[in-house]
Design a protein around this ligand. Structure first.
Ligand code: KIV
Length: 264
């Protein structure tokens, strides 16, 4: 299978061809996802919740993400593989370089970090040193204690303006992808149209170039609170392979996320 690169994603954006991506944390699921046609995988620090049972992503370490990245890479050699830089691992540009190196050497094609324009220097430093970067704006879970909970972001005019400005500054600094989490659909549309790089949404409506779901949310095995944007694709068939195919198809056709999974 030919490896997926960020060039493919840029091309799909130009062609207005939507793509589906998932988180993955181990070789078996990664292999299954790749075989069913998922082209982009993320070793998310959501593993703190989904695998480790914490109530936030804060306890996750670089070593944790590197361990799961190695496993996912073995299972899915052709996927474009993103790995999360966890909480505090990119507090300074130097720290970001050291930790990004560990994730790239574990098999990632790109690292993801959460935050706005304050990260521009870090993004520039990483990209100049051959580390592709994905930004993450909106509800950035590492900032849960600043937000006072997992809340929709960018609802008022000022916050929306700031988010759009952050997205544009990060693109100028060199990010090649952007994840937009839990923002109103109209704001997601503005950001997606304003950027030339692909935007991947989660809880951002069906207007972004791609979608991502935490795999546990896609299979209805989220412990505790199920987010509004989540959909259990396993419910209909009870077959994991069919569930992944359905997810891909629904994203490509703009059926998922529907109005009921979006914020207005
Ligand atoms: O950690 C994660 O799984 C993520 C997704 C929610 C995008 O960042």
């Amino acid at each position: 299978m030919k490896p997926t690169t960020v060039t493919h994603l840029r091309q799909w954006k130009q062609e207005q061809r939507k793509f589906a991506s998932l988180t993955a944390y181990d070789a078996s699921f990664a292999k299954l996802f790749e075989e069913q046609g998922v082209k982009v995988l993320l070793v998310g620090d959501s593993l703190g919740m989904t695998l480790q049972g914490h109530d936030s992503t804060l306890p996750v370490t670089v070593a944790d993400v590197a361990y799961h990245t190695r496993a996912v890479r073995r299972g899915a050699p052709a996927c474009l593989l993103l790995a999360d830089l966890p909480f505090m691992s990119y507090a300074t540009p130097q720290l970001a370089c050291t930790n990004a190196a560990e994730l790239m050497q574990a098999g990632a094609n790109m690292v993801k970090l959460e935050g706005g324009s304050w990260l521009c220097e870090t993004v520039k430093m990483l990209t100049e040193r051959a580390v592709p970067v994905c930004g993450h704006l909106g509800l950035t879970p590492q900032s849960v204690n600043v937000f006072g909970g997992y809340k929709v972001q960018g609802r008022d005019e000022l916050a929306a303006k700031q988010l759009l400005e952050d997205a544009q500054n990060l693109e100028l600094a060199g990010i090649q992808l952007l994840v937009l989490e839990c923002v109103p659909t109209e704001l997601a549309r503005k950001v997606t149209e304003a950027l030339t790089i692909p935007v991947i949404g989660i809880g951002a409506g069906n207007v972004t170039d791609g979608q991502i779901l935490v795999m546990h949310d896609a299979f209805g095995i989220t412990g505790g609170h199920t987010p509004k944007f989540a959909k259990n694709f396993l419910a209909q068939s009870g077959d994991i392979r069919l569930a992944v195919q359905q997810y891909i198809q629904d994203v490509e056709q703009g059926i998922y996320p529907a109005e009921e999974h979006s914020f207005n």
